[in-house]
Design a protein around this ligand. Structure first.
Ligand code: IMP
Ligand code: MG
Length: 177
């Protein structure tokens, strides 16, 4: 592997991430009826850390769903195509959906998923929460309803985000210089 852990610079430490996720959960809690079901969809694998931390702080009844999507392959740039690994979802008749993703970059992945959900599920409302918003890389008109951090156009790893499948397990987020 060409990118080594000792060359990784910390961008956001673990405490800062945890605190910010709690704030995001607070704003989600304040926007929903606390008795109404929220279907929270995790986009594997990248969102897994953000998803579990966020879910712990949600106060309404939550139903969890997991799907696999990827657009990067093994590179540090978007391939321009979305690969769906298991895209079967319930209909969510008249229920709320919150999609949870690690990072929104070009917006391709989420554009694909949101279209899919709107065509295939009869949900009442679909919202999007991301850990990172790389606004400057956007090519599709998608805006997250909740974004924990805005970041520049740099390639980051940790807290679910990978480089060639490595570094997802780190409790902080870093970048290679
Ligand atoms: P998009 O479809 O171009 O918006 O890309 C979103 C996907 O690309 C995310 O779900 C990530 O898996 C991946 N991605 C984008 N930027 C980064 C990064 O800086 N580090 C690791 N993965 C990234
Ligand atoms: Mg991803």
């Amino acid at each position: 592997m060409d990118k080594k852990l000792e060359d990784l610079k910390v961008l956001i430490d673990s405490n800062t991430i945890q605190k910010r996720i709690e704030e995001v959960a607070d704003s989600i809690n304040s926007n929903y009826n606390k008795y109404e079901i929220l279907n929270v969809i995790c986009i594997l694998k990248g969102a897994v850390m953000f998803y579990t931390e966020l879910a712990k702080h949600l106060k309404m009844p939550v139903k969890m769903e997991f799907i696999s999507l990827s657009s990067y392959g093994n590179s540090t740039h978007s391939s321009g195509k979305v690969k769906s690994l298991n895209l079967s979802l319930p209909t969510y008749e008249n229920e709320n959906i919150l999609i949870v993703e690690d990072i929104i970059d070009t917006g391709l992945t989420l554009d694909f998923l949101i279209r899919f959900i709107k065509q295939n599920c009869r949900a009442k409302n679909v919202e999007l929460a991301v850990l990172f918003d790389k606004k400057c890389a956007r090519k599709y008109n998608i805006k997250p309803d909740y974004a924990a951090f805005d970041i520049d156009d740099k390639f980051i790893v940790g807290f679910g985000l990978d480089y060639q499948e490595y570094y997802r397990n780190l409790d902080f987020v870093g970048y290679f210089e």
